[in-house]
Design a protein around this ligand. Structure first.
Ligand code: GLN
Ligand code: ZN
Length: 761
């Protein structure tokens, strides 16, 4: 009975790769230093899997930046602007593509399916000359082999690679990316041939695109591609791996009929329908890589449950053809629980990070082979039972209240135009009102104060005093700049989700539970383990302190339930919507407390609402329904005169515009730095609904200071589409990552532009 791991985190248990990369980029260490850190990480991961007993150990899942970019390098598909002249692609070209350099910008980055991992989007067209230009996969295979470990080299499969690409600049948008298959397959063949010569007996081709809604054309491309690869693949065992969702019956049929393929991998955590498909027919003699250990979460596996599933599968595919695996690469979970020094024993017993998941996979494989580690299984069963019955998990009052919410709809009684009128009487704002999205620059000094307070190095009084001073500074600055609706600047917050999670019950935090987001950037999602409730007010003190410093309206600043949910590791013992409703109730209480404290404008950020959209169309409407409902629950109880803002930082709205309208906020501020016309025309459709709209008038992601003329020009373009009385003027996101030397002149120009246009209306 065999075990397999789809892929493993690269960053290292303490983000060793991050620090090595950043030091190299800063010119503080050499390429050799970086390579040494990387090689050490790879070898320790391989050794760890080998000693755990894993049979199919992946290689080439390490990356200095991103596996899709690695594939681009392998294929030599370097966009011309990087002036690459051929030969093996080195760090300079590779990192220029990833991060840009002094003279050329980086390639575009986008989200990897519905994860928080971002990949570098290949730019392809009819003129790209492909050539085998990175031997990384072969080098890594040999490197492991030299350590005595035979690995399975892993690749982004050819069809998924092309479908994740975009037409390069200047290439017609209608260009068929799949038409390039015949050009890239020969390179896959070269690599595979070289691997065979090096002694490889297995390779893994990841084709996650197969879980999407695909038309017959695309399915045919899979069939064609693998037929063409068949002769090269012969003599080699090939796994085609799918993950992240159920697979459709059509895609399943295509997949299991692919030529030259020995085994198929499925995500059985998110794929209960895939399981049914397998049960209703699996090709004889092929291997099934059964992904029963969740790569997307931090929960310990229910080993007894998985063993049942596996035993049922064994009857279908045969004992020698069933391989226990992870649901997807472990890249999307935290690295090693061993380094969590602050979690108590009970909580720890409920969790499994990547290193622990490797052990789980192997324990399941051994149990199937009749060598069940009874002690390990019974410890697991005890932990599962303690999680089920723990009073830390269950809060019946919260459960009941959340269940009650689900049954009925929640909408503010008055329509948005009438509410805006009522609010205007109270707020008395000029046309084209100016505001910002919440955070102000986080200085080194500010970070130090927060750190020292957390470490009990300064007293609560000193901390409060320091934060008050900071808020006062931010308030005075906004008054000087003559901004209309002020913010307190969020100086007390490190990360917006962490800030709320730390004050809510049902959340736990890790010290080293980092997950790669892109390049060297990692996030440390909170863990929602129990029913969520709010023991006490979270932001009222700071918001009312800030309001007391000014006569202008001060925006209360909250993170919305959907964003808190989507940026956390969420419990798997109840549906996501249930957890979301619970968070919504907690935020609702906070909204109402802010209102009571005299805060008349409250912003509830839903930065990550779009992010949680399921991959499969058939599941999207349901998600949007509960997500939007959760948002409405947070503010359904406020007076007409209380103005609810929401903020979203993405511009890809086209498919969810109706849901945004359904959120029924009074004012929506959105990121708008890239695609003016498209976004605004989308909003014109939605404008009938009448809420205030603040499409960002400048890009805060860049240090560049926009001029008054430029901003005025932008606002004018918006006025051509949106009505004057609904347009707000604001930057496109929070100012946290910028410097005061950038923020002051930029906001100054923004306010001047708004005033200039007011005189012309
Ligand atoms: N209020 C938050 C801020 O300004 C919003 C951040 C976000 O949308 N990601 O920082
Ligand atoms: Zn934003």
């Amino acid at each position: 009975m065999a075990s397999h791991i789809v892929g493993y985190p690269r960053m290292g248990p303490k983000r060793e790769l991050k620090f090595a990369l950043e030091s190299y980029w800063d010119g503080k260490s050499s390429a050799e230093d970086l390579q040494k850190v990387a090689a050490d990480l790879r070898s320790s991961i391989w050794k760890q899997m080998a000693s755990a007993g894993i049979k199919y150990i992946p290689s080439n899942t390490f990356s200095y930046y991103d596996q899709v970019l690695d594939t681009t390098a392998m294929l030599g598909a370097v966009p011309p602007r990087y002036n690459w002249t051929g030969g093996e692609i080195g760090f300079d070209t590779y990192f220029s593509m990833a991060r840009g350099n002094a003279s050329v910008p980086a390639m575009e980055m986008t989200k990897w399916f519905d994860t928080n991992y971002h990949f570098i989007v290949p730019e392809l067209g009819p003129d790209v000359k492909f050539s085998y230009s990175s031997h990384k996969a072969v080098h890594e295979y040999k490197e492991a082999k030299a350590l005595g470990i035979d690995t399975v080299p892993v690749f982004v499969g050819p069809v998924s690679y092309l479908l994740l690409s975009k037409p390069a600049k200047g290439v017609d948008k209608s260009f068929s990316l799949l038409s390039l298959l015949d050009k890239i397959l020969p390179i896959y063949q070269e690599v595979v041939t070289e691997l065979k010569q090096a002694g490889a007996t297995w390779v893994q081709l990841d084709e996650p695109l197969l879980v999407m809604d695909l038309d017959a054309n695309i399915l045919k491309a899979f069939t064609d591609a693998y037929s063409k690869l068949e002769s090269t693949l012969s003599g080699l065992n090939v796994i085609v791996e799918t993950y992240f969702a159920d697979i459709t019956p059509e895609a399943f049929k295509t997949l299991v009929s692919l030529k030259g393929v020995t085994g198929f991998g499925f995500d059985l955590v998110r794929g209960s329908k895939s399981l049914d498909l397998i049960k209703s027919g699996f090709p004889k003699g092929k291997y099934l890589f059964a992904g029963v250990v969740d790569g997307r979460n931090i929960w310990a596996n229910d080993l007894a449950g998985s063993l049942n599933t596996l035993q049922a599968l064994e009857g279908i595919v045969g004992k020698d053809k069933l391989v226990v695996s992870t649901s997807c690469s472990l890249l999307h979970t935290a690295v090693d629980l061993v380094n969590e020094t602050k979690l108590d024993h009970e909580l720890k017993s409920w969790f499994a990070f990547a290193a622990q998941k490797v052990v789980e996979v192997n324990a399941l494989a051994k149990a199937l082979a009749g060598q069940k580690d009874e002690a390990f299984f019974s410890a697991n069963a005890a932990a599962q039972a303690s999680r089920k019955s723990s009073p830390r998990v269950t809060n019946e009052a919260v459960q009941k209240a959340a269940a009650a919410l689900r049954g009925s709809d929640h909408r503010r009684a008055t329509n948005v135009s009438d509410r805006l009128d009522a609010q205007q009487k109270k707020l008395n704002l000029p046309v084209l009102p100016t505001t910002t999205i919440g955070s102000f620059p986080q200085t080194i000094e500010l970070r130090r104060v927060r750190r020292e307070y957390k470490a009990n190095k300064i007293s609560e009084d000193d901390y409060v005093k320091a934060i008050k001073e900071e808020i006062n500074k931010v308030v005075k600055l906004q008054e000087e700049l003559d901004v209309d609706v002020l913010v307190h600047g969020e100086p007390e917050r490190n990360d917006m989700v962490e800030y709320f999670g730390e004050q809510l019950s049902g959340f736990a935090f890790t010290v080293n539970g980092w997950v790669q987001s892109y390049g060297s950037r990692c996030v440390k999602p909170p863990i929602i383990f129990g029913d969520v409730s709010r023991p006490k007010a979270m932001t009222v003190f700071w918001s009312s302190t800030a309001q007391s410093m000014t006569s202008r309206p001060m925006k209360g600043m909250l993170t919305g339930p959907v964003t808190i949910l989507n940026w956390s590791f969420v419990r798997n013992d109840q549906p996501r919507f249930e957890t979301c409703y619970q968070i919504a109730m907690a935020i609702k209480n906070e909204v109402e407390d802010l209102e009571k404290a005299g805060i008349n404008v409250i912003q509830i950020d839903e930065a990550a609402l779009r992010e949680g959209l399921p991959l499969r169309k058939s599941e999207q409407a349901f998600y949007l329904d509960w997500a939007v409902h959760s948002f409405r629950i947070t503010n359904v109880g406020v007076k007409d005169t209380t103005q609810i803002h929401t903020h979203m930082c993405y511009s890809n709205f086209n498919d969810i515009i109706q849901s945004i309208i359904d959120m029924d906020a009074d004012v929506i501020t959105i990121e708008n730095s890239r695609s003016d016309e498209k976004l605004l025309s989308v909003f014109r459709e939605g404008v009938k609904y009448g809420a205030g709209i603040g499409p960002g008038v400048y890009d805060i992601h860049s240090p560049r200071i926009p001029s008054t003329e430029e901003i005025a020009d932008r606002i004018n373009k918006m006025l051509a589409v949106l009505e004057t009385n609904i347009l707000w003027v604001n930057p496109d996101c929070g100012l946290k990552t910028r410097k005061y030397t950038e923020v002051k002149p930029a906001l100054q120009n923004m306010v001047t532009a708004a005033k200039l246009l007011r005189t012309k209306l």
